[in-house]
Design a protein around this ligand. Sequence first.
Ligand SMILES: [Zn+2]
Length: 55
Amino acid sequence: MKETECIACHGSGMQADDEGWQYKCSVCDGLGLVAAEREHGTRIMSVDENNRLLD
Ligand SMILES: [Zn+2]
């Protein structure tokens, strides 16, 4: 599955509150990555799989 950088934590996996306390990003669960929208990923994959010249 294609993944993209988490917008909420900018890929760090951590967020900080107003007092400077850091905690695990709730959007990506600390991974720093989130699954890209299915539509885009599917398009790219199907192109790669069919990238052959038919003679
Ligand atoms: Zn995140």
